[in-house]
Design a protein around this ligand. Structure first.
Ligand code: ZN
Length: 372
């Protein structure tokens, strides 16, 4: 995620913090007494404890995912909560249910633990008394309870939405299950929006918008997954690729970028792929260092690749997980083409609801890779 930086790792999973979260800490430090009733150092410590609870919630998702062989890229903390990025979708609906339900269970366990601790240390409050501002333990118990209940709302991108889709998926196709779960989520978001307007509660309106858009994204993604079906990287890749030799300059890459359709360029030493220059690196190094830097100084050397037979669904997941917008397609170690998000989108536009079998990957040699 843009504007987030790593603060450490837990159980081998990088934990990142989004810049807006740091802004939240600064805001609480100075304006905390007005907003949440506690400010300064105590306010900041309280917010940090709340987010430690969120990390615990996300780690529970991650551990169950790992149990099913699904890697977790990282956990990012945002002011609205946490996000654990999975390397791929769970294969079976039952796995999706187990991964989704782990987070709220963890939050409930935390809530009960904090509640017991609050009782032990002589607190007079109960978890249901949200108005008590002074007792941290009771407040943390309340926050974790709210976190669990809020996440159990049956609406994407909340955990409850995933539980609902997983349960529906046990008896119907994934696409239909997603459609129904998305519908339930959006109706709930609309109800939440109007309740927020009537109360009025700004936070509730914000959550309603967040849920509505999240549900829509989920449906679009599912639509793409369905349309991609059995298609492979070989069917959708750009075959007519312009490549660069390592001694070409950033200026050459910028010209190719500007005057052609291609935005990202493989760097070839003879027939060997040794690097990748993306549109972002071209723009950045042109602006910072000028046009006469050799591409071998700015190219990425360590980047993911796919083979021609890699299913497009997997390509899409790899693009999302790696943050690279372009992946080289190899065959027997040799470059065959490039596959990009836009290329997948084009394939989807052409072949959604239509059989594109005539576009099977042709076995060609790598002669369509043209050096610049
Ligand atoms: Zn969760």
């Amino acid at each position: 995620m843009k504007w987030s930086f790593k603060i450490g790792s837990i159980l081998g999973i990088p934990v990142k913090v989004h810049l807006t979260f740091v802004l939240l800490l600064i805001l609480i430090y100075f304006a905390g007494p007005v907003i949440v009733g506690v400010g300064g150092v105590s306010g900041v410590i309280f917010v940090l404890l709340v987010f430690a609870s969120v990390v615990f919630h996300e780690l529970s998702h991650a551990m169950v995912a790992r149990h099913y062989g699904i890697g977790v890229q990282d956990i990012t903390l945002l002011p609205i909560g946490g996000v654990a990025r999975m390397a791929k979708q769970p294969e079976r609906p039952s796995q999706e249910v187990a991964i989704a339900v782990a987070g709220p269970i963890a939050s409930i366990v935390l809530a009960i633990s904090f509640w017991f601790a609050a009782e032990l240390f002589g607190s007079q409050v109960t978890v249901l008394d949200f108005s008590v501002k002074r007792d941290w333990l009771a407040q943390l118990a309340a926050v974790n309870l709210v976190l669990a209940l809020f996440n159990l709302l049956p609406a994407f991108p909340m955990d409850g939405g995933r539980v609902l889709r997983g349960l529906l998926g046990l008896t119907m196709t994934p696409y239909r299950a997603t459609r129904i779960a998305v519908g339930v989520g959006q109706v709930l978001a609309i109800v939440l929006f109007f309740v927020g307007l009537i109360l009025p509660n700004f936070f509730m309106i914000l959550i309603a918008l967040f849920v509505y858009l999240g549900a829509e994204t989920e449906e679009q993604q599912m639509g793409i997954m369905m349309a991609l079906g059995g298609a492979t990287a070989g069917t959708a890749m750009i075959r007519n690729v312009q490549s660069l030799s390592p001694d070409k300059l950033v200026g050459d890459a910028a010209e190719l970028f500007c005057h052609g359709f291609q935005s990202d360029f493989p760097v070839m030493e003879g027939r060997r792929l040794i690097g990748l220059v993306t549109r972002d690196t071209i723009t950045e190094s042109l602006h910072k260092r000028g046009p006469s830097v050799p591409v071998q100084e700015i190219m990425a050397r360590d980047f993911p690749t796919v083979v021609e037979d890699t299913p497009l669904v997997e390509v899409l997941e790899k693009i999302e997980a790696s943050g690279y917008k372009v992946l080289p397609v190899l065959s027997g170690g040799e470059l065959m083409g490039l596959v990009t998000l836009e290329q997948i989108w084009r394939y989807n536009m052409l072949c959604s609801g239509y059989s594109c079998e005539f576009m099977q990957p042709a076995r060609r040699n790598a002669s369509e890779i043209r050096p610049a």
